[in-house]
Design a protein around this ligand. Sequence first.
Ligand SMILES: [Zn+2]
Length: 191
Amino acid sequence: MLYIVLVLVLAALGLLVTALMTASSLWAWVSIGLSVLAGLLLVADWLRRRRRSAAPAAAQALPARAEPEALPASGAAMPEPEEEQTTLIPATGDLGDPADAPEPADASAEAETTADSDPGVEETPEEDVAVLADLEDEVVVVDEHPRYHLRTCTWLGTRDTIPIGVGEARQLGFTPCDVCRPDATLVAAHR
Ligand SMILES: [Zn+2]
């Protein structure tokens, strides 16, 4: 529909140029007629879209497009196509971009949390904490990560580990990893 309006407006523009070149007012009147027709088509199109409960973006764009119809004078024929294009292109762009953007963003965010974030903290019973404080069994920590792990922990992967006594690790403020559960394992081994 809007393409038809564009063609009509361009035709009106062409006729207007013809009218100026031939100094014939007949072509100017035909040009005005085509402009009015284009305006009526725009109104019809606008009403049709509004009935379909248009999106807010479309609702904002439409009043701007409807205005030039009120001025179908020969001088107004020229700006019409330009205004239509500037309002139409961003509108479709706005609709397209947000739909594309969120999916890769979510995917990368998930990938980051699984790759970089630390595992949860193992919950250690009070009596086990007292036992662990005196143990010198070796656990491993990774620089700049708050958990200590068993050597066999799957979270460690290829990270560089630093061996440390479990009691010392706790003293330094490290917390037990919820994946390999070193506290439960070491306390069980100690008993
Ligand atoms: Zn672990």
